[in-house]
Structure formats: C-alpha cells, structure tokens
Design a protein around this ligand. Structure first.
Ligand code: SAM
Length: 371
C-alpha cells in the first residue's frame, strides 16, 4: 500500500464509522489508530472538519455528536498536551443547541449511513466505497423495537450478497422474512435482483422500512412509481402466524432470505411452516448458477448440493442453543434440509471499519425442501 494510502485509509475508516454511528468506544479506537496511538491535534481536526463539520446537519443526531466530542476531548486531554479550541467550541455549541430537542431525537430514531467498502480496493479512492445505505434505526433495541434496529446477521447477509452477486442478480423474485430496517433489500437491489420483496409482521417496523426504502430511492408510496409498478423494492406486511397457505403460495420466490429471525421459540413452528410453503418444489424455478465472487473461480451451488427448487439463506446468531435446536427439529420434521455453510460460503469483509460488528458470531444456513 502506498504511504499516502496507509495514512488515508484509517481516516476513511474513522469517518465511515462516525457516519454509521458506531459506539463511541469504537470511534475512539479508530481515532487512536489513525493518530498512531493517540488522538493527535491532526486527528481532532479531522473529526471536527471531516466527520462532524460536514455531516451534523445530515445525520441530525446531536446527542451522538455530543457524546463523541466529550469522549474525544477527555481522551485528548489525557494523552496529548494540545486540545484544539474548535473541539471545545463545537461541544459548547452542541450543549446549548436547540437541536438537542429535535424531533428525530424525540422519536427515538437515528439515521445510520452504512458504507460497504469493496474488499478488492486497497487504496483510498472513490471506487472503494461500493454501496451506501441510509437507514433510520431505533436508538433503543430493548423496548419492543427489534425490527427497527440493525442486527449483525443483516450485515453478514449483506456481505454475503455483495460477495456472491451472481447468485442474486437477474433472479425473478426475492423475499425476505422479518426484514426489519431493510438493509438486505438495498443490497439485493444493488446486485441487480429483478424483484425484491421485503416483509415484516410488525406494523411500526413496516412503516420504518418503507421510509428507509424511500430514503434510498427504492420505493415511493402513492406515486406514479406505484401505479406503474416500478418500485424497485416491494414492502409487505407478512406475519408468520397469520399468513395463509394461499397468501404464501402467491408470493413464492426463487430465493428466500432471513437475518436474525430464529430467536423466539413460540414463533418457530410458524416460521417453519412459512419456509416449508415458500420452499416447496412445485415449479422448481431455481437453477444451478455460477456464484463465484466477481473475479474468482466459481463454486458449484447450492453449497449443499441441491439443484432444484427455491432456496433459503438464513443468517443467524445462536444466542440460545435450545431455541436453535427447536428450529432444527421443527425444520427436520417438515422435511427441510438445513446446512450450515458459514465456512464454505464465507463472505468477504465489506465493513472493515465497523468494530462493533462481530462477524464471527453469525452463522449462515442454506435451507432447501426435501419433499
Ligand atoms: C431481530 S429482528 C431482525 C431484523 C432484520 N432482519 C435484521 O437482521 O436487521 C427480527 C425481525 O423479525 C420480525 N418478526 C418477528 N416475529 C415475526 C413474526 N411472527 N412474523 C413476521 N415477522 C416477525 C420482527 O418484526 C423483526 O423485524
């Protein structure tokens, strides 16, 4: 790597982590790394000018900016003789700003900008950022807002889609179960899926998902786009408990995707029923395709050796072994083959700056129907 890039890359990572609203500890770790071990005046200035300066109006989360400034100032006071005046001034401005009461903060939503970096570019260039998704997310994932938070499995599934674009491009339909904020839909559209259907069974999550798709220019409600069915992403209410066989039959797809949806034992039987119907082999539309990464030799697919019928890819964090075993048993009873392909189909890293993302905690399952 050229010496200019060796200096620029850590700064790019710091800026992207800031735009993704990474936790303050992660921002500080990246700031230290960029400064060669401490938050030097040069790095403080970069945070002020390039992270906060150009983006505070856009992300409109003064609370986050205030916390970052406070931490950076404390760190710089401890480790460096010089703290630039601008940091104190910006902190004072944030403290007194009316924006502290902005409607965005009142609604408990923040806007994260998730940038996927192409793993094939080692130098800092505009080509390195391959895709940016803007997502309104909840600030509190513990109080009934699970669908409005961004979960590691959807980051993993997104990296999987971007790593194996040929598997997803030009396919007629896709459906994602429990799509939450909709990040996977943005990635599916990016790799050229011919139809992207996102679903969720929670009404407020669906509203947030639609707003997110609109923010990414993929969806517009009540517009000419809808009349002409030109929305690139369809957002639908689909509750696993309520969906009838005919509802599901009507929206059968080539590929079914899901991220972090195996977590509630009471939902497992309903989820398995939905999967069973969606993966039934009636028309066997899914063909064997070349899924090699863009410039690599190809793999045979599917990884588990099946060649006909729709497939599901599920990314999941196994937080509770009993719940996962309950899913595995229900799937086996419903004659679904569940193969762990995490090792065989490991995606490339598109989010190297996202220190909070523990990709090793995510498992990738390939599911097909045996009947
Ligand atoms: C942990 S979140 C994952 C969200 C998103 N896939 C991600 O990984 O960021 C689980 C999602 O599944 C949805 N969900 C849970 N139970 C459901 C059900 N019975 N029917 C439909 N959707 C459900 C929730 O509303 C939520 O959006």
């Amino acid at each position: 790597m050229a010496s200019e890039d060796a200096e620029q890359l850590p700064l790019l990572h710091l800026k992207l982590a800031f735009l993704a609203l990474e936790p303050p500890a992660c921002i500080l770790a990246l700031a230290r790394k960029a400064g060669g071990g401490s938050v030097t005046p040069h790095i403080q200035n970069f945070i002020l000018e390039s992270c906060i300066g150009t983006n505070v109006g856009q992300i409109q989360d003064y609370t986050y900016v205030k916390i970052i400034l406070k931490k950076v100032i404390a760190e710089a006071e401890l480790s460096s003789d010089i703290v630039i005046d601008g940091l104190y001034e910006e902190f004072a401005r944030c403290m007194s700003s009316k924006a502290n009461n902005s409607s965005l903060n009142m609604s408990g939503k923040i806007c994260k900008e998730i940038s996927f970096l192409s793993p094939t570019y080692n130098n800092v260039s505009s080509n390195q950022v391959s895709l940016v998704a803007r997502l309104s997310c909840s600030t509190n994932m513990l109080e009934g807002d699970t669908g409005c938070s961004l979960w590691p499995s959807s980051l993993f599934l997104s990296e999987f889609i971007l790593s194996f674009p040929k598997l997803f491009s030009k396919k007629r339909c896709f459906e994602q179960l429990g799509s939450g904020v909709g990040l996977v839909g943005v990635c599916l559209n990016y790799v050229g899926a011919s139809k992207v259907i996102l679903t969720d069974g929670d009404a407020s999550t669906l509203i947030n998902m639609k707003a997110n798709m609109e923010m990414n220019n993929l969806y517009a409600e009540d517009s000419e786009l809808v009349k002409e069915s030109k929305n690139k992403v369809e957002c639908k209410y689909l509750s696993w408990e309520e969906a009838s066989e005919s509802d599901l039959w009507d929206c059968r797809t080539d590929l079914v995707l899901g991220a972090d949806i195996i977590y509630n034992p009471s939902c497992v039987p309903h989820l398995v029923r939905v999967l069973s119907t969606l993966l039934g082999r009636e028309d066997g539309r899914c063909e064997t395709v070349n899924v090699g990464r863009d410039e690599e030799p190809v793999n045979e697919v599917p990884w588990n050796g099946a060649t006909r019928g729709p497939l599901a890819y599920m990314a999941t964090v196994i937080r509770n072994a009993d719940t996962f075993n309950c899913f595995a048993k229900a799937a086996a009873d419903a004659k679904l083959s569940v193969v762990n392909i995490t090792g065989a189909a490991a995606p490339s890293s598109f989010l190297p700056y996202m220190l909070s993302y523990e990709r090793s905690s995510v498992q990738l399952l390939e599911i097909t129907s045996l009947s």
